[in-house]
Ligand binder design. Structure first.
Ligand code: URA
Length: 209
């Protein structure tokens, strides 16, 4: 699949098994989501530009590389996306965090934005949109559109678990957006839950329901 990267590192697979298990409680679930996000972030940030600076070690002066240029923004889709923010921030603490909240209009079934607060310089940033579950793709497609409407053009989508239906929908709507996944699951069920999935990620993160 074009622009889709499934990160099947053993540590990621191991931790995804933990969050799939219905007997995993909220505390362990949250911790594992944070750790998976951090491990995925390692790969998602692989192409960050570097620049050379001069530093002095205890032994001598030398040239060494530091992250340069394009700045990062992390944009969780509320509310489950919040669970992925800290893991990414632990890798790139200087990243700004935007938030986007959507609900589905009960009449039109279209996603409606109810909250959107992004870094002011969003056009200059590489944005990492995060949502643990990519199911139908409706929220991710709408969130990416709202972000593009505000001038952003360099956008990646990072999800822990996806259904093929959602991946296809995002690819069709936003073909240039790279999609990073921890697992590509089998399918959606009749209630738009991912199978086998992990249930409702928001409820499991926050202990609701
Ligand atoms: N959202 C979730 O939290 N879980 C799913 O399986 C699908 C959408």
């Amino acid at each position: 699949m074009e622009n889709v990267f499934v990160m099947d590192h053993p540590l990621i697979q191991h931790k995804i098994s933990i969050i799939r298990d219905k007997n995993t409680g909220s505390k362990e679930f949250r911790e594992a989501v944070k750790e998976i996000s951090m491990l995925m972030g390692y790969e998602v940030t692989r192409n960050l530009p570097l620049e050379e600076v001069e530093i002095e070690t205890p032994v001598c002066k030398t040239k060494s590389k530091v992250i340069a240029g394009r700045k990062l923004g992390i944009v969780p889709i509320l509310r489950a996306g919040l669970g992925m923010v800290d893991g990414l921030l632990s890798l790139v603490p200087a990243a700004k965090v935007g938030h986007i909240g959507l609900y589905r209009d009960p009449d039109t079934l279209e996603p409606v934005e109810y909250y959107c607060k992004l870094p002011v310089d969003v056009q200059e940033r590489e944005l990492i949109v995060v949502d643990p579950m990519l199911a139908t793709g409706g929220s991710a497609i709408a969130a990416i559109k709202f972000i593009k409407d505000r001038g952003a053009s360099n956008i990646k989508l990072v999800c822990l678990i996806a259904a093929p239906e959602g991946v296809k929908a995002v690819q069709e709507a936003h073909p240039e957006v790279e999609i990073y996944l921890g697992s590509l699951d089998e399918k959606l069920n009749d209630h738009a839950y991912i199978v086998p999935g992990l249930g409702d990620a928001g409820d499991r993160l926050f202990g609701t329901k």
